[in-house]
Design a protein around this ligand. Structure first.
Ligand SMILES: [Zn+2]
Length: 315
């Protein structure tokens, strides 16, 4: 299917005025070549009603939203679509409070859950790893550095960042919260997020040693005994990303992000950052909708549960 997305808000409002129109759009994303039964992969289904599809092979009944993040939502698709449009069309995204007001949602909790579900769709399943020359470093987010102690839920979290070098600029990025800067977490992150054959650029921290054994080139800039600014000069890209991330958490989200949910904010930041040069905001909307029909539903109680840090510190 040719990528067909609204270019501006007037176009968006005209196209997605009804739930039916939203559902048709999702159907084209999920079943571009026609119905596929989620149970038996049968392709001979038919539409039994406005919402319901029936598989001709196994008689399984399903809907276009079953098995996606839209499943079991009490919100109309028109509201979901407007939330997706809002978080992708705003340069810095939006807080739950802003979305609650904008969409006239009854509670903050509803807006919060809506945005968190969308964040789950911001990591493309099976995405490529970074490659080429890649800077890697850790930074603390929150805590004393934020200057907002006692205001929000922030306490200190350690975040490891990888940024591709693109000439003097930055290519794609990845980031993850890790429990500490031990070797197994840093190596786990690198192996998950950076393709072997790439050349890593790190400081002289001992936990980064041994990465060459996993197929990576490794350039080390020793910073011990150097002034604090030396790290920024040595690895300008990860430091630029870290400072933008912190500004975003304190600005758009008013420093109210808890460490337990930080991982999903990192996903949102990464989603937007890696598409910052996209010619059209509508294209970001399209990507988000496309990924939203590819990922499983997340019940509300699972949204509330803290994100467990798996070995390696990565998802
Ligand atoms: Zn079937």
């Amino acid at each position: 299917m040719a990528e067909d997305f609204p270019k501006a808000v007037m176009d968006f409002e005209r196209r997605f005025a009804t739930d039916e129109a939203c559902r048709d759009f999702l159907r084209a994303l999920r079943w571009p070549d026609g119905f596929i039964c989620p149970r038996c992969d049968g392709r001979s289904g038919w539409r039994a009603s406005r919402m319901r599809w029936v598989c001709g092979d196994c008689r399984h009944q399903t809907s276009i939203t079953a098995g996606t993040i839209f499943q079991d939502s009490h919100l109309p698709l028109t509201v979901w679509f407007r939330a997706m449009w809002y978080v992708t069309s705003q340069k810095n995204g939006a807080s739950a409070l802003a979305v609650q007001r904008l969409l006239g949602l009854g509670s903050y909790k509803t807006a919060w859950a809506l945005l968190h579900k969308l964040r789950r769709a911001m990591v493309r399943p099976g995405r490529d790893r970074l490659s080429g020359q890649v800077e890697v470093d850790e930074t603390f987010v929150g805590g004393e550095e934020s200057g907002r102690e006692g205001r929000g839920a922030l306490t200190k979290a350690l975040v490891v960042i990888a940024a591709e070098e693109n000439g003097r600029g930055i290519g794609r990025i990845r980031m993850a919260r890790i429990p500490n800067a031990a070797k197994r977490f840093l190596h786990g992150f690198v192996q998950q997020e950076v393709a072997p054959g790439s050349t890593l650029h790190t400081d002289g921290w001992a936990s980064y040693s041994g990465l060459d054994a996993h197929g990576y080139g490794h350039r080390v800039t020793a910073l011990k005994g150097q002034p604090p600014d030396a790290a920024i000069v040595a690895m300008p890209r990860v430091h630029r990303v870290a400072s933008l991330l912190k500004r975003w958490l304190l600005g758009t989200h008013q420093g109210a992000v808890g460490v337990d949910h930080l991982d999903y904010y990192l996903d949102e930041f990464t989603f937007r950052f890696n598409r910052r040069n996209s010619a059209s905001r509508g294209k970001l909307f399209y990507r988000l909708a496309q990924q939203a029909v590819q990922i499983a539903p997340v019940p509300f109680d699972r949204l509330l549960r803290p994100q467990p840090l798996v070995p390696g510190g990565v998802k």
